[in-house]
Design a protein around this ligand. Sequence first.
Ligand SMILES: NC(=O)c1ccc[n+]([C@@H]2O[C@H](COP(=O)([O-])OP(=O)(O)OC[C@H]3O[C@@H](n4cnc5c(N)ncnc54)[C@H](O)[C@@H]3O)[C@@H](O)[C@H]2O)c1
Length: 319
Amino acid sequence: MRFTVTGCAGFIGSNLADRLLQKGHAVTGYDNFSTGQHEFLDEAFKSPRFQFIEGDMVDAKRLNDAVKKADFVIHLAANADVRYGAERPSKDLEQNTFATFNVLEAMRQNGVHRIAFSSTGSIYGEPEIFPTPEDCPFPIQTSLYGASKLAGEGLISAYCEAFGMQSYIFRFVSILGERYTHGHVFDFYKKLAANPNEIEVLGNGKQRKSYLYVQDCIDAILTAIDHPQAQAKINIFNLGSDEYCTVDESLGWICQRLGLNPIRHYTGGERGWVGDSPFIFLDCNRIRSLGWRPRLTIRQSVECTLDYLMKNKRLFDRR
Ligand SMILES: NC(=O)c1ccc[n+]([C@@H]2O[C@H](COP(=O)([O-])OP(=O)(O)OC[C@H]3O[C@@H](n4cnc5c(N)ncnc54)[C@H](O)[C@@H]3O)[C@@H](O)[C@H]2O)c1
C-alpha cells in the first residue's frame, strides 16, 4: 500500500514511517519541521520507497501533492503539546483543527478514502468513569488542545458520512519511547541535568497518568487498520495500557535510574497546568479484542525513554 504520513518527522510519525517501510509499504512523508527533526528521517531516506515533501498543513498545493497517490493517509501533524494552549489560543485551532480540514479536503479532491487520525485521551476532559471507555459521555472540554482534536474528530466523521470515506480515530494516552522530544520524562530529565539536587514538580505530584510505548502504539494502529473486525465507516479506539502511575512514582523511577535523590518542590494543586487532567486511564478493551497487547509496562517505557534521552542530549538544545 502507499501511505501518506503527515507529521512524519516527529516522534510518533518517524517511528511509524520506519515501520511501514520495514513492512514493504511505500510512504510519502509530509512535515514542516516545526517540532520534527531531520535526523529522525535518516532511516526512512535509506528506502527507495520513501518520498518526502516539506510543507506546512496550510499549503494546499503541497498537501495535494503529498496525498494524491495515497491509498491511506495517517494524519499525525499537529501541535502535540497540551500545555501551552492558553498562551496562544489560535495555535491548536490552526495546527489541529484547520490542518485536519485541509487533509480531508486534499483527500476528497484526490479521491482518497481512508484516514487514520491521532486524537487524544484529553478529549474526555475530566471524565467520571474509569477506566474511560470510547462511548463515555463527553463532559466539558478542559483544554484547547483537547477541544481542537475533538473538532478534528467531528470533521472526520462528517467527511465519512458525506463523502464515503473510512476513518480510524485513535485516542492516545501519553506516548513514550525512542525519539521522544516532549512530555514529563523530557522535562524532568532536563531539569535534573541542570540541577541534580532539587526539582520543581508541576501540581501536587499525585496526578495519575497512563502511558504507552511508541512501538506498542504503532502496533495498535497497524492492527486496527488491517483488521476484518474494524471495517466500519468510523472506527474509534482508545490506545493506552491497563495501568497508571502517579507523577511522583514516575519521577522516582527516573531518579533511581539516574542515581539521584533531589528535593522535590511542588507547585501545588491537583492540576499542573490548565487542561492537566488529574486522572487519565483509558479502557482499551476494544483494541485488545482485536488481539493487540502492549509489550512494555509503564515503568519500562519510562526507563527506555530516559535511556534514549541520555544518549541523545543534543535534543535538549532544539526544544
Ligand atoms: N506524544 C504523545 O504523547 C501524544 C499523545 C496523544 C496524541 N498525540 C498526537 O499524536 C500526533 C504526533 O505527536 P508527536 O508526539 O509525534 O508530536 P511531534 O511534535 O513529535 O510530531 C508532530 C509533527 O508534526 C509536524 N507539524 C506540526 N505542525 C505542522 C504543520 N502545520 N505542517 C506540517 N507539519 C507540522 C511537526 O514538525 C512534527 O514533526 C499529534 O497529532 C499529537 O497530537 C501525541
